[in-house]
Design a protein around this ligand. Structure first.
Ligand SMILES: Cc1ncc(COP(=O)(O)O)c(C=O)c1O
Length: 387
C-alpha cells in the first residue's frame, strides 16, 4: 500500500541534498568546509528578538493565524518606512516563513480559480516557485529575462495569460541578484488580469538604487511576500508575512486559518521587535557587502566572471571566455570544493542555469579568508586527486 500508484507523485531529490558528494570533497580540507551553499544566515538575530521569544503570555494560548494586531501594525509600519507605501494593516497576514506560502499559493489559488492551471516564474529562479506549481497539479512556465535582467512578459504567448494563476517576480533575485522593473511588471500583468506575487525577501539588501515593492502603485491584484529570515537573521524562527490585495489576503488568511497555519505566538512577538528596529539591518547590510566584495574580488582573480550583485547576498559566477561554454555549474562547484573547500550551489539547482555557480555570503570573514588562502595556494589542499 505504501508504493506510489503508476503515475503517482514521487518527490524529486531536494536540491541541497544533491550536494552531499561536493560537501565530502570540501570537508576534506584542513579546517573543513566553507559552506556557501544554502542562503542561511550565520549572524545572530537582534537581542530584542531573543528577549521577545521568552514572553510567556505570547506562548500560552493559540496565536491568531492571520497575525496579532501588533504584528500586522508593525509590518505595515515597516512597509511605510522602508518603501513609502501605505498598506492597511488588515491587508497584512502572516506565514510560517515564506517558503510554505510560495509552495502553497498555487494550490489555494486553484481552489479559487479552478479553470486556471499555469504558474509563471522567472526563468532562473528559486526552485520553490516551480515546485508550488507541481504540488498544485499546475504547469510551471518560465518567464524569460530581457537583456537588462527584468521580466520579459511580452515574450509569453497570449493563451498562457488566460490560464495563469499567478506571476511570480523576485527582486532582488535569488540567485542572480538582478533587480526587476516592478512597476512595469505590475502594470503589464494587471492589464492581462493576472495576479502578481512579488517575493521581496531580499528587499533590504539592495546595493544599487533603492529598495522597491510591487505595492508602489496600489494593492489591486498584487501580493508582496516578505520574510524576516534574511532581514533579521530569523530563518530558524520561520517568520514571514504577505500584504496587498485586500480580497486575496482575506481569502488566503481565512483558508490558512482553517488549515491551521500559525506562526507561534513568541515568534510573532519577536517579529514585532525585529520590524520596529532598523539599526540591526544596517549592521547586517555592512556585513554582507564586505563579504560580497571579498568574494567577487577573490573569484575574479581566479578566472571567474562575476560582479557585485545589484541586490541580495549571492555571488553569481561563471567562467571567463571560452571555458564558460564548456563547463557545467556542477564542474564549477567541484572546482571550488577541491581548490578552496568552498561548498557552492551549481546553477542547475535554479531551474535553468548551466555553467553558473552561486556562492552565498553567509560565512564570517575569517572563513572566507581561509577559503581565499586555499585558493591562492597559501594553504595546501588535502583532498583526493582527481580520477
Ligand atoms: C527567493 C526566496 N524566496 C523565499 C525564500 C524562503 O525564505 P523563508 O522561508 O526563510 O522565508 C528564500 C530562501 O532562501 C528565497 O531565496
Amino acid at each position: 500500500m505504501s508504493a506510489p500508484a503508476p503515475g503517482g507523485f514521487v518527490p524529486p531529490p531536494y536540491p541541497f541534498d544533491r550536494l552531499d558528494g561536493l560537501r565530502a570533497l570540501a570537508t576534506a580540507h584542513d579546517g573543513g568546509v566553507v559552506d556557501l551553499s544554502v542562503g542561511t544566515p550565520c549572524d545572530s538575530p537582534p537581542e530584542a528578538v531573543m528577549a521577545a521569544l521568552a514572553d510567556p503570555v505570547a506562548a500560552r494560548g493559540y496565536p491568531p493565524s492571520v497575525g496579532t494586531p501588533a504584528l500586522r501594525r508593525a509590518a505595515a509600519g515597516w512597509m511605510a518606512r522602508r518603501f513609502g507605501v501605505e498598506v492597511d494593516e488588515r491587508a497584512v497576514a502572516t506565514c510560517v516563513g515564506t517558503k510554505e506560502l510560495v509552495a502553497g499559493l498555487p494550490t489555494w489559488l486553484r481552489l479559487r480559480w479552478p479553470q486556471r492551471d499555469v504558474v509563471l516564474h522567472p526563468a532562473v529562479a528559486y526552485p520553490s516557485y516551480a515546485m508550488g506549481a507541481t504540488l498544485a497539479g499546475a504547469q510551471a512556465v518560465p518567464v524569460p529575462a530581457r537583456s537588462d535582467g527584468t521580466s520579459d512578459l511580452a515574450a509569453l504567448p497570449e493563451e498562457l495569460w488566460a490560464r495563469a494563476l499567478v506571476l511570480w517576480v523576485n527582486s532582488p533575485a535569488n540567485p542572480t541578484g538582478r533587480l526587476d522593473d516592478l512597476d512595469r511588471v505590475v502594470a503589464e500583468a494587471r492589464a492581462r488580469g493576472v495576479l502578481v506575487a512579488s517575493d521581496e525577501c531580499y528587499a533590504e539588501f539592495v546595493w544599487t538604487g533603492e529598495p522597491a515593492t510591487a505595492l508602489r502603485d496600489g494593492t489591486r491584484g498584487v501580493l508582496a511576500v516578505h520574510s524576516l529570515s534574511k532581514r533579521s537573521n530569523m530563518a530558524g524562527l520561520r517568520a514571514g508575512f504577505y500584504a496587498g490585495d485586500e480580497d486575496l489576503v482575506a481569502y488566503l488568511s481565512e483558508l490558512r486559518k482553517h488549515a491551521g497555519f500559525m506562526v507561534p505566538g513568541p515568534v510573532q512577538a519577536a517579529m514585532v521587535a525585529a520590524l520596529e528596529d532598523d539599526a540591526h539591518v544596517e549592521l547586517q547590510r555592512a556585513r554582507y557587502l564586505e563579504r560580497l566584495e571579498f568574494l567577487v574580488s577573490l573569484l575574479a582573480s581566479h578566472g571567474y566572471r562575476c560582479s557585485l550583485p545589484d541586490g541580495a547576498f549571492y555571488v553569481w559566477a561563471t567562467k571567463d571566455g571560452e571555458r564558460a561554454a564548456r563547463v557545467t555549474g556542477w564542474d564549477l562547484a567541484e572546482e571550488l570544493a577541491r581548490s578552496a573547500g568552498i561548498l557552492a550551489s551549481p546553477g542547475e539547482l535554479y531551474e535553468a542555469a548551466p555553467g553558473w555557480v552561486r556562492l552565498a555570503a553567509v560565512q564570517p570573514m575569517d572563513r572566507l579568508r581561509l577559503a581565499g588562502e586555499r585558493m591562492d595556494g597559501e594553504r595546501p589542499a588535502r583532498v583526493p586527486p582527481v580520477v
